[in-house]
Design a protein around this ligand. Structure first.
Ligand SMILES: Nc1nc2c(ncn2[C@@H]2O[C@H](COP(=O)(O)OP(=O)(O)OP(=O)(O)O)[C@@H](O)[C@H]2O)c(=O)[nH]1
Ligand SMILES: [Mg+2]
Ligand SMILES: [Zn+2]
Length: 305
């Protein structure tokens, strides 16, 4: 039976010209069944402009074949560019402390790229069973100075995982992003009972992940809360207006906002600027300086390793 009524839904997965859309249960906004959709032919937006996390209006709903057509796109709040995901409320940057080894320059780039979206950013360190308690504490101290209360996870000790789960259930749409092999999908499998997504050991030769997850996919944690798993990747370049960079480092913006430091020029880049009042004695200042200095015109192009 075909129903011609329109319904709102959430794009949970995208492949070629197809979109998996979970329809909201009428009135209650609860997630209902998933439908395989294509975009209405006459619609004036090209396929690539609909992303996982987007809300869409669908019609031509065929409940037997579980197919429907996307009629239009609901206005989105934000769009993360890499990986492309819409309407995110929280970013969890996930990095492992070993296998693959923690790479501070990568962590920095992931955090800056995440902060750029303007949502709440958290840092998760996985595989803490592979380091000593002393090293774990040192890492927590280090990232506290970077402005983040790192969540440390350990396969064998689910205590911190419980707290993370409570945290995630309070957020609307969280995304797990980070390099390949750090354990993003493993974490998701532990968080969502019954989910058994593919994971794979890191390559024993090059100690890197094997890019096991291939698609961006959104999973429902409760009727009001979702998580997006993403394929791992290494950050190579970021294209950010350098005037924005000081706002993306907590070590800098906290000095400006909380401590009220008053550089001579309002648009001070805190490098060799005259009358700069920034206390530059923090670990990431070198990364910050490199980002500013490698800028071409007013864009910042950071080449990775
Ligand atoms: N020792 C240890 N190994 C872990 C932990 N979490 C994940 N792993 C292992 O790390 C490997 C990679 O995990 P995945 O979940 O596939 O990693 P991923 O981040 O999803 O990787 P991509 O999908 O390639 O981006 C697997 O063999 C996991 O068993 C942990 O806390 N401790
Ligand atoms: Mg994965
Ligand atoms: Zn300054």
């Amino acid at each position: 039976m075909k129903v011609y009524k329109q319904y709102k839904g959430l794009v949970t997965k995208k492949f070629n010209e197809f979109y998996l859309v979970a329809l909201y249960k009428h009135e209650t906004s609860e997630l209902n069944k998933k439908f395989l959709c294509k975009i209405k032919k006459s619609v004036n937006f090209r396929n690539q402009f609909v992303y996982v996390g987007d809300e869409v209006i669908v019609y031509q709903i065929d409940s037997q074949s579980k197919r429907a057509t996307i009629e239009s796109l609901v206005k989105r709040n934000n769009l993360l560019e890499r990986p492309s995901v819409a309407n995110i409320s929280n970013i969890y940057v996930i990095c492992s402390v070993e296998e693959p080894k923690l790479n501070l320059s990568q962590v920095n780039k992931f955090l800056i790229s995440a902060e750029h979206l303007g949502v709440e950013v958290s840092l998760v360190l996985t595989k803490c069973d592979l380091i000593t308690e002393q090293k774990r504490r040192l890492l927590i101290d280090k990232f506290k100075k970077w402005g983040y209360q790192a969540i440390t996870l350990n396969f064998n000790n689910p205590e911190n995982l419980k707290n993370l789960l409570i945290d995630l259930k309070e957020k609307k749409c969280s995304i797990f992003m980070g390099p390949s092999g750090v354990g993003k999908t493993t974490l998701l499998n532990m968080i969502i009972p019954g989910l058994d997504n593919t994971t794979a050991p890191v390559s024993s030769k090059i100690k890197r992940g094997k890019n096991t997850t291939r698609n961006v996919e959104l999973f429902s944690l409760s009727s009001k809360s979702y998580i997006v798993d993403t394929p791992g990747f290494n950050m190579r370049s970021l294209e950010i207006d350098i005037r924005e960079l000081p706002n993306l480092y907590p070590e800098i913006y906290k000095q400006v906002v909380n401590d009220g430091i008053n550089c001579k020029f309002r648009n001070c880049l805190h490098i060799n600027d005259q009358g700069c009042k920034l206390n530059k004695n923090f670990e990431r200042y070198t990364f910050y300086k490199e980002m500013i200095e490698s800028s071409k015109s007013h864009y910042c192009l950071i080449q990775g390793d």
